[in-house]
Ligand binder design. Sequence first.
Ligand code: ITT
Length: 179
Amino acid sequence: MIAATNNPGKLREIREILGVNIKSLSDVGVVSDPEETGINLKDNAFIKANAVYNGSEPVFADDSGLFIKALGGEPGVNSARYAEPGHRREKVLRLLDGVEDRSAYFETVICYIDDNVHFFSGRIDGVITRENRGVNGFGYDSIFEYNGKTFAEMTDEEKNKISHRKKALEKLKEYLEGN
Ligand code: ITT
């Protein structure tokens, strides 16, 4: 299976959770960074997987986002493009300054293409912290808290037990095992 992602943090999580042989884009010499023009995670997951699929080897892609209640679901599908790199978490913290209801969730939609196109999704609910905490993980991990710890304060193993991506990957795993 080829994982159509350029995000090393994601790739590491996928390998750890699925435990099957996963090739990255660079392993197969494919350069792919299609524009994520979809209006939701499902559209973008399909765009990413379909850009790599060549009719033989199965392809996996996921699109994920952080959906914050007080921001009307932002950054959501725009999580990767919400601000310049290095400024995304600060933007969220600034917009939530003084906001009491800090509920948020991460959602992942996986698109898996073999002979058909399949979708699997997973979600985890938590809250946005008031400052960055923790050094592990990637993206918004240091401002997303679940059960008293941010994702960046968890080990990979702890995060991978409960994460949005884990839940979606478990569904894919079930599908793969039934085939
Ligand atoms: P692709 O190459 O797979 O497209 P990406 O970094 O663009 O990688 P997504 O579009 O799926 O990834 O995700 C959007 C952003 O959401 C991503 O850049 C992160 O900032 C954030 N994100 C996704 N999953 C996350 C996670 O598990 N923890 C923290 N942030 C996450």
